[in-house]
Design a protein around this ligand. Structure first.
Ligand code: DLL
Length: 428
């Protein structure tokens, strides 16, 4: 059995660069000729499609930000007439209008291919039953995973998100080998399996493909140990295509291989916009290389990571995403991401891995409260001790005095999709 789904995944650097350049030139030209926004933005930056002579020349082009997409709602960023599209999706915008993205039939085919590649890299093979609990609908998770699984030749259980009891029942009865779901909702499903009296470690599940939100390696340890499965990370965003921009390879689990033949990555300093060399930490910027309906040039993702050389594949990797720059909390001068609290929480076996952070402003002073729960079956004394130890670690490791509040089991907010890790009441 081949180690990869498509030969290009292990192409030489020269081959990848040549393909990137060819596709980049076409994408930039199409965007310039067909999307007024790009024509205007290029003119304002004094840039033109002829500037692209090597992939690095992309740095001469202006960035695209979410606001550009909002301003051009609904079809202003389309490079083909909406009538020629096969489908639209929309981003999970929390404020204001969603951003609409389009797909031609070719785009759907390419998306299915990168998703098939991603499932294969995760260890999935034709014939494996795939249970999909990403939401189906405008969100790209459900349908993106669905088409990829079908393309690979895997039968699909399109469970979508929610109805957790039914999720656990379906897993027990249909015996899927693979589950695709947000990591936070996987925890909810594992709890439900235990409530039914099933031992998740002995279930049919062998592979979990988790993404759509940040999750730590400590969370990987939790899900792998409890669920008896390999847990791999999948990354993507609707503006670029959906899930399947990058995926971890199960043989290394060392960051996510970015499918560089379809997406061109850069890391920039988020303050200056300067492109940073590989290995340096910053904001991921992505350019589509094959997208026809909504090509995107230098999209600022706000996701923080770094570019690393290939290992299991010749294509480069991104490190597990630490968080979004928008999710960084500044509490009394301390900068922190929810993922840092998550890593410390998972060191406490008496506490469940569910958590939520709440920020408040009282008399001009910021205050962060960490809400947690006891692990099911843990006695309250042990949980109380763990709460103290977590508060001490947050103080010792992150330099922040933050009260940790123990809620009753099941009381920390749950989601059937992306978890809401932070409630920031300072913004109200
Ligand atoms: O979340 C696409 C997706 C679906 C990816 C299913 C993986 C699995 P959006 O709703 O547009 O699309 O949200 C994109 O989610 O910019 C990141 O901030 C975050 N995100 C996605 N995957 C990961 C991940 C989908 N593996 C936004 N790790 C992105 C951390 C992630 N954050």
């Amino acid at each position: 059995m081949a180690t990869q789904y498509e030969a290009i995944e292990n192409a030489s650097r020269d081959e990848i660069t040549a393909l990137q350049l060819q596709r980049l030139k076409k994408t930039v030209r199409d965007a310039f000729e067909r999307v007024p926004h790009y024509r205007e933005a290029f003119a304002a930056a004094g840039a033109s499609p002829e500037d692209i002579r090597s992939p690095e020349d992309i740095a001469r082009l202006p960035f695209t930000v979410k606001e550009d997409m909002r301003r051009n709602y609904p079809f202003g960023m389309f490079a083909v007439p909406p009538q020629k599209c096969a489908r639209v999706h929309a981003s999970s915008g929390t404020t204001g209008k969603p951003t609409i993205v389009g797909y031609t039939a070719n785009d759907i085919g390419n998306w299915a291919a990168v998703m098939a590649r991603s499932i294969y890299a995760s260890g999935g093979r034709p014939g494996d039953l795939v249970h999909i609990s990403y939401g189906y609908g405008l969100f790209t998770g459900g349908l993106g995973a669905h088409y990829g699984a079908e393309k690979l030749g895997c039968p699909v259980v399109p469970a979508s998100g929610g109805f957790t009891q039914r999720q656990a029942q379906l897993i027990a009865d249909l015996r899927p080998k693979i589950i695709m779901v947000t990591p936070s909702y996987m925890l909810g499903i594992l709890d439900e399996m235990e409530k039914r009296g099933d031992n998740p470690g002995e279930s049919s599940l062998q592979i979990g493909i988790f993404g759509a939100e940040p999750w730590t390696n400590d969370m990987r340890g939790e899900v792998e140990a409890r669920g008896g499965m390999d847990a791999v990370d999948i990354y993507g965003l609707s503006e670029i295509i959906g899930p399947g921009v990058a995926n971890e390879c199960v043989e290394t689990k060392d960051g996510l291989t970015l499918w560089e033949d379809h997406f061109y990555p850069e890391i920039i300093n988020p303050e200056t916009g300067d492109v940073l060399p590989d290995g340096e930490f910053g904001e991921l910027v992505l350019t589509t290389l094959s997208k026809e309906a909504t090509p995107v040039i230098r999209y600022r993702t706000r996701d923080l990571t770094r570019l690393l050389p290939g290992t299991a594949r010749s294509m480069r990797r991104i490190e597990k995403i630490t968080g979004r720059s928008d999710d960084m909390l500044i509490i009394r001068g301390v900068n922190l991401f929810p993922s840092q609290i998550e890593a410390l929480l998972l060191k406490e076996p008496a506490l469940a891995p569910h958590y939520q952070l709440q920020a408040e402003r009282e008399n001009n002073a910021d205050r962060l409260t960490v809400f947690v729960e006891p692990r099911l079956g843990c006695e309250s004394g042990a949980a109380q001790k763990a709460v103290q130890s977590l508060a001490e670690n947050i103080r010792g490791m992150l330099g922040l005095r933050a009260p940790v509040v123990l809620r009753a089991a099941g009381e920390v907010e749950r989601s059937a999709g992306k978890a809401r890790r932070v409630v920031d009441n300072r913004k109200n």
